[in-house]
Ligand binder design. Structure first.
Ligand SMILES: [Zn+2]
Length: 316
């Protein structure tokens, strides 16, 4: 097993975390699901516009959480990154079962951990050779974890142990984060600091958020998105609760654009043009840099262990 210095694995190669810069830590350029008909994000020109607006506002890095089988357009990402100068991080992993054809899922279940590991170390399915994923995306269920979820999370944990990759979690309406940490960390041995909990401000239980931050896990809060008004107006209270409890180093921010409708919202640039100045006013001038640059550089950096050549993933 080789162990390299920690790096953020972008679609154009491994990056020194100090070079990451201002980062939208949870968003989507491309996404397709049978539960969101007519709302597909599938237009490279529109994706390029989003990235250009984000870069013009000072954005340097963008993490797409779209997992396998949901139209993530892995093949388009390197060119978009080159064209716009924005570092792009792509995901492997699987979402909730509802986003897939059942027969397709059955096929995917065989060798899931090996598939995730290969996408992180060899290359993303559907992308030019050597274009790799930089995180594993998984999803919980509403107030619990079902059989599909447990299976996918076990595979994600195995791929984490083989590679060092961070695991990013969708929480249904912001729920079940405690169950997720119990499963990934207590049962499967993933360090909490390698887990990124998404959407928690959809369920504004501030005592819980403080407790989750105290475990060492990262909390990726949703920023501006027309699809999630409640998320937006819970954001500041969630930030305040976690910062005042002394866990500002656990917070990440993302736009989480998931639909065409949401593209009409201000978009990821809003994180920088509207949210960052307000964060500075409310919490001091250092906080925007901390949440938008320093924390993502730690959250997405990994030692990138390589699986033994031709063999099973290391650590499995
Ligand atoms: Zn998302």
């Amino acid at each position: 097993m080789n162990t390299a210095a920690a790096a953020v694995r972008t679609v154009l190669g491994d990056l020194d975390p100090a070079e990451l810069g201002v980062c939208d830590a949870h968003d989507h350029l491309f996404l397709r699901s049978p539960v969101l008909p007519g709302e597909e994000l599938d237009d490279p020109a529109a994706a390029e516009q989003v990235l250009r607006a984000f870069a013009a506002a000072g954005g340097r890095a963008f993490v797409q959480w779209t997992p396998a089988g949901m139209g993530r357009r892995a093949g388009a990402l390197p060119e978009l990154s080159r064209a716009t100068g924005v570092h792009l991080v792509a995901a492997t992993g699987l979402h909730q079962a509802v986003h897939y054809d059942p027969a397709d899922l059955e096929r995917r279940y065989a060798g899931l951990a090996g598939f995730f590991t290969a996408e992180l170390t060899t290359g993303l399915h559907g992308a030019p050779a050597g274009v790799r994923a930089g995180l594993i995306k998984v999803a919980g269920d509403f107030h619990g974890l079902g059989a599909h979820t447990r299976r996918v999370m076990a595979a994600a944990a195995e791929a984490h142990h083989a590679t060092g990759a961070p695991i990013a979690v969708h929480h249904e309406l912001g729920t079940a984060a405690t169950d997720v940490l119990d499963l990934l960390c207590d049962r499967h041995g993933v360090p909490p600091g390698r887990v990124i909990l998404g959407h928690l401000n959809r369920h504004p239980d501030l005592r819980l958020h403080r407790r989750l931050a105290a475990t060492g896990a990262f909390l990726a809060l949703d920023g501006p998105s027309r699809a999630h008004h409640a998320t937006d107006h819970h954001l500041f209270d969630t930030v305040a609760a976690v910062v005042e409890a002394g866990h500002a180093d656990r917070l990440l921010l993302g736009g989480d654009t998931t639909t065409r409708g949401a593209r009409h919202a201000p978009g990821p640039a809003h994180l920088l043009t509207a949210l960052a100045p307000r964060l500075a006013r409310e919490f001091g001038p250092g906080l925007p840099h901390r949440l938008l640059a320093a924390n993502p550089a730690r959250a997405f950096a990994a030692p990138w262990r390589a699986p033994a050549p031709g063999g099973a993933p290391a650590g499995s």
